[in-house]
Design a protein around this ligand. Sequence first.
Ligand SMILES: [Zn+2]
Length: 448
Amino acid sequence: MPSKVDMDKIVSLCKRRGFVFPSSEIYGGLASCWDYGPMGAELKRNVKEAWWKVMVHERDDVVGLDTSIMMHPGVWAASGHIDNFTDPLVECKSCHLRWRADAVEGEKCPKCGGELTEPRMFNLMFKTSMGPVEEEASTVYLRPETAQGIFVNFENVVTSSRKKLPLGIAQIGKSFRNEITPGNFIFRTREFEHMEVEYFVKPGTDEKWLDYWVKERFDWYVKLGIKKENLRLRQHGKDELAHYAKDCYDVEYLFPMGWSELEGIANRGDFDLTQHAKGSGKELSYRDAETGEKYVPYVIEPSAGVDRSVLAFLVDAYDEEEVQGEKRTVLHLHHSLAPIKVGVLPLSRNEKLTPLAKEVFKRLCPNFMTDYDDSQSIGRRYRRQDEIGTPFCVTIDFESLEDKQVTIRERDCLAQIRVPIDGLEKVIEAKLKGEAFDASSLWATREK
Ligand SMILES: [Zn+2]
């Protein structure tokens, strides 16, 4: 069952409206690297903030962390990444294109039909050198996940935060994987952002906590507006579990290219702390102050990709509809994710309207991400705000000069209400929080 939305339409909207640009575009771009434009930067920040808010701020059992991208090479030896973080790679003997062996059907090059080499294991970590001397001893890796920065700080966090188990440690940050075949726009890229929690629990309670986090994380996407029918849970088969995992579920989304992973929730057992205790020679265990019991905690890990979440929110919000005989493209983004919350639009660029419109803008912008736009016709400006998912547009017209009132237009139902400028920010704040847009009031009109 394919998604209703074409990826080309999403890529084109992203370019046109400043969500995502090809990286280094004036030099012809760089494969699978993308830059977030003004709207994309806001959307991505909003996704991360929405995650941090529910995962850290609204809980008393999770704390945040921000660790460095480069870490001691011993970390990656202990975690198993140096030996196991590999994909089987084959190369075409004719055109020299390289493929992931498990992605090639049959024994010939999918591009030219040439003969393929025997598979060899290819490590997905990016290597670089630290310091001015390039030698084996100076090799460091760019982290392929943020999780290891959390594990190696377990002791520091427990000691300094004085928290008891169960305890989660959350981190958002860049990760790097030298994927053989990246693709599908911002879905799989070599540089990307992770949002991860390592949730440390007492052994024996791990299965209960896995169930808990699977449900929490599935519901997070639904609460932020993703349609339930476009989401599903998939448990990993025994043969596809990662080397550290005891059990794992994927939250999958129906992307334009089909069902694909949005987030994995894994039961990592005590693999990581045990490995780092061995690797570092430090004891990494937890002592229950009440019972005196000492153990190596088990870990439940909800691990999500920021960029693929952004893509899912865009795809799910995308819609095309007819309004007054014209096609309109609209992003029905959740209010908390919309890059711009309010567009301030004077009816026209007119010297009488401008001062009042600017005054309205100044009043709103300390409270919400606000855009001021007085170019082109009002209809075209509404369409632009619809395409970037702006929930509310405030229009200042000639009547506003007399009655000190403005019109608020809502993105999804297209209803309009007239409200006094005095207290406008309170009205918008309530609407952004979900108060009904009362189109039945005296002043309400409807565009369609
Ligand atoms: Zn070939």
